[in-house]
Design a protein around this ligand. Structure first.
Ligand code: TYD
Length: 145
């Protein structure tokens, strides 16, 4: 576990490069350049029915960058100390989420696409799906840092 860099206070909005062009804009993300981690996986949420909620978990070691590729949605970030709501609606803004942050994603606009760039391959072992277990380990880690 990467102590000292986890939790809501270490999330941040990242302005990604935007190459403006009358033919259409272009944005790029390179491993360990625009994101503070090595990129191992990309996945995306799409065809999200109105009123759906995604997320509802935290990760032990995974770093992620979330981008609204189309449309918009809200991300509610929390840990035992802080809660914050971030609205994403621009393809050139990314929300960096370090390990040990509980997230819920909701308020998806129709046709929205949520892209997630991640520092590791999928592993169910990396998830906290029970808030009380997440809280217990977060508080334990906080004592040590
Ligand atoms: P989950 O991460 O819980 O989705 P969300 O946070 O968007 O609500 O994943 C949903 C399901 O998809 C779960 O059964 C695991 C599977 N999954 C993969 O197989 N690979 C992946 O890269 C991801 C993100 C999920």
């Amino acid at each position: 576990m990467a102590c000292g860099i986890y939790g809501v206070k270490h999330t941040k909005l990242i302005d990604l490069p935007k190459i403006s062009d009358p033919r259409g804009n272009l944005t790029f993300v390179e491993s360990e350049q625009q994101v503070p981690f090595s990129i191992q996986r990309v996945y995306y949420l799409y065809d999200v029915p109105g009123g759906s909620e995604r997320g509802g978990h935290a990760h032990k070691d995974l770093h992620q960058l979330i981008v609204a590729m189309s449309g918009s949605f809200d991300i509610i970030l929390s840990d035992p100390e802080y809660t914050e709501k971030v609205h994403l609606s621009r393809s050139y803004n990314g929300l960096y989420i370090p390990p040990m942050v509980w997230r819920e994603i909701n308020n998806f606009s129709s046709g929205s696409v949520c892209m997630v760039i991640a520092s590791n391959r999928y592993s169910e072992k990396d998830y906290y799906r029970d808030y009380s277990l997440f809280k217990r380990d977060y508080l334990e880690l906080s004592k040590g840092s």
